[in-house]
Design a protein around this ligand. Sequence first.
Ligand SMILES: [Zn+2]
Length: 264
Amino acid sequence: MAASEVRANNQSTSIDCCTYSVSAVDASYGAAPSQSNILENFSFEFKGGNVYVIMGPNGCGKSTLLRILAGEISIDSGTLTFRCSRGRHRKTIEYIPQDYRQALFPWKTTRENVWPWQNLRTPDNGSIDTALERFGLGQFHGKYPHELSGGQQQIILLSRSVVAPDQILLLDEPFSALDVVRRAYISEYLRQQWQPESKTVICAMHEPEEAVLLADVILVFHGPPLNLVGVVSRSDSESSLETFREHVEALIREVAKEEKNVDA
Ligand SMILES: [Zn+2]
């Protein structure tokens, strides 16, 4: 697969009601004089019902982009707009940080940690139990985080992403502590749960092998500032995960070559 054959459009084929649009956004991080630009005039439309995976070298700004999309880092200019053409969905965001321990309460049980807040949008206990069962954590519902492995702690947060009523899900390296064997099953279950709800899901990930299991669309960046090198869609790959992965790897090789040239 030649890199030149990689499709680099920024439209997904899914027609859905919700769109989270990033338009001409500039954003920076830190304070002067060590301030660094993260986004420069960046635009992209994330469409509901799709799982987007953002990839790029370490330190390129993927996590910062997620935090900007989550509203945790304010932008210098441009707009972040959520629109639902059916008027059915509101802009609500669930953000799960890379350090999953930050998102768990040590004094709460597995079941309580799936949805640790009590509010109007609290999911019913049945859906929490179903998610835990499907992820193989049913028998651990009464355990506390310190009694669980890193992978089990991360699964609590994947369960949260399944039961969350929020329309936009932002997950930073959601599989980092999971064993490789379970990633395929877990990816398929997550896709089944997220898609019917027209959710807009954006994940930062590292490995092409795990990214293609989860993604409808993969965005490859280099930076900082984040520069979108190309976009590869599952639908461009004739439903073959192998082809999808080859397309993504070709783009990543292009980025690595470019970085080498810059260093030279
Ligand atoms: Zn909608």
